[in-house]
Design a protein around this ligand. Structure first.
Ligand code: SDX
Length: 435
């Protein structure tokens, strides 16, 4: 069972409306201390105000830590670059869910369990047929993942730890099967069933790219790259989609419905949709000589254009995932023999120019994980619309780990923010004849 490790550390005082109140200071293991304002409204009659939650901690968590200024990302204390280099996605799933790296026996059992939850109920495939072939695959994901709760009533009781564990395993195991079906359906190709003898990434690539007309051979370099991309996207503290999953879960909604809510939030171009938007932007720029025009537009306050794949709410330094993503991108393009991919040239020149530009330096805008992932995924054969689907596939373990932590936290309550109201004050109804 989850236990709080927050440590009270004195208090700050706030004097407002002639009243002085104490706000307890709470320390974590690393990162900024927090001011506990849970009694602020009761003691002062005032709310705090923080649209976008730039200075608000929504929960206590022990899963992922980010230091935006130092460009640090830790999963349960382990640096992302070490995990990307030395671990596997299935091992990272165990780590995020359980808090510790597994022993050999624990990993073997966990891997065996996940491999045996990859199949979908036979009737499930009918859901895909309700979509147009040209539907965006993220629309398919939101619809079909939400429908999982219609099939797995035996793992929707959030108060039963066993049901939560089974639901977690089902989500991690079935997302690749659903994501591959979303791709196959859009391509008009028959669905390919999962194979238990294949590892997680190889199984997913085979379900996407195998066809019944010929044998399929796993490219182990691409499978390793896919596995590493999944590791990089697995969790990221209280980002928009994870906060959506937590808020949905705080009402007691079942885990499948909560993950569907997370997928919906991730779809936005400011969040997980940025990898698709970044590749579309690189294609729109097209050639290196057009970069200055787009840099100018990105700086123009009257132009809504932003450099997709740049900037981050937390990272005010290089996104540590972007460095690993860049290395993986070069590896994939090398093994596919497309090293001189024109978009890579535009991306590298854009990154160089932006990192030397005063505007981007002053606003601390660096490439984020989405900047290189699009080029890599396109080289691997995925259509642009599938990029955010792959992000959702990988982030499912992070959403599930954060959801489980919230359900197990004895202090958790339904999330219900307040507001600053500036609308009409009370007034009487005016009959139609008088308007
Ligand atoms: C992800 O939260 C997470 O952890 C998300 C994520 C995860 O793993 O879950 O890391 C995944 O979503 C990565 C981010 C992907 N999004 C993009 O690449 C889209 C482009 N980036 C921007 O939309 C923006 O940088 C955000 C949304 C990522 C961050 O927005 P913030 O923190 O609200 O910052 P902001 O919009 O207030 O920008 C600060 C300033 C603004 O200028 P001023 O109003 O101060 O004059 O920087 C400017 C912005 O105009 N700015 C950009 C810019 N990003 C910010 N200008 C040009 N191009 C950009 N990309």
């Amino acid at each position: 069972m989850w236990e709080s490790k927050a440590r009270p550390e004195g208090a700050a005082t706030l004097t407002v409306n002639g009243k002085t109140v104490e706000l307890p200071v709470i320390k974590g293991s690393v990162g900024p201390d927090v001011l506990d304002i849970r009694n602020l409204y009761r003691d002062t009659g005032m709310f705090t105000y923080d649209p976008g939650f730039t200075s608000t901690g929504s929960c206590e968590s022990q899963i992922t830590y980010i230091d935006g200024d130092a460009g640090i990302l830790l999963y349960r204390g382990y640096p992302i670059d070490q995990l990307a280099e030395k671990s596997s996605f299935i091992e990272v799933c165990y780590l995020l869910l359980h808090g510790e790296l597994p022993t050999q026996e624990e990993l073997k059992t966990f891997d065996w369990t996940i491999r045996r939850h990859t199949m979908l109920h036979d009737q499930f495939d009918q859901f895909f047929r309700g979509f147009r072939r040209d539907a965006h695959p993220m629309a398919v994901m939101v619809g079909t993942v939400g429908a999982l709760s219609a099939f797995y009533h035996d793992s929707t009781d959030i108060n039963d730890p066993k049901a939560r564990t089974v639901a977690s395993h089902r989500m991690i195991a079935k997302m690749p099967t659903i994501a591959a079906r979303a791709y196959k359906y859009s391509a008009g190709q028959p669905f390919i069933s999962p194979r238990n003898e294949l590892d997680y990434a190889s199984n997913f690539l085979r379900m996407c790219f195998a066809v019944p007309a010929e044998d399929y051979e796993t490219n182990h370099v691409l499978a390793r790259a896919m596995d590493r991309i999944f590791i990089l996207h697995a969790d990221h503290e209280q980002n928009a989609s994870t906060s959506t999953v937590r808020l949905a879960g705080s009402s007691g909604a079942n885990p499948f419905a909560c993950i569907a809510a997370g997928i919906a939030s991730l779809w936005g171009p400011a969040h997980g949709g940025a990898n698709e938007a970044a590749l579309n932007m690189l294609e729109e720029i097209g050639t290196v000589d057009r970069i200055p025009e787009f840099i100018r537009r990105a700086k123009d306050k009257n132009d809504p254009f932003r450099l997709m794949g740049f900037g981050h709410r937390v990272y005010k330094n290089y996104d540590p995932r972007a460095k690993v993503m860049q290395k993986t991108c070069h590896e994939v393009l090398d093994v596919l023999g497309v090293r001189d991919e024109p978009l890579l040239k535009v991306a590298m020149e854009l990154e160089k120019i932006a990192l030397e530009d005063e505007y981007f330096i002053e606003k601390k805008l660096y490439p984020n994980i989405d900047f290189y992932s699009g080029i890599t995924l396109r080289a691997m054969g995925f259509p642009t619309e599938m990029f955010t689907v792959l992000f959702a596939l990988a982030r499912t373990v992070g959403w599930i780990a954060q959801w489980s932590e919230m359900v197990e936290d004895p202090s958790q309550r339904i999330g219900r923010p307040r507001q600053l109201f500036t609308g009409a004050t009370e007034r009487d109804y005016v009959p139609l004849s008088s308007r």
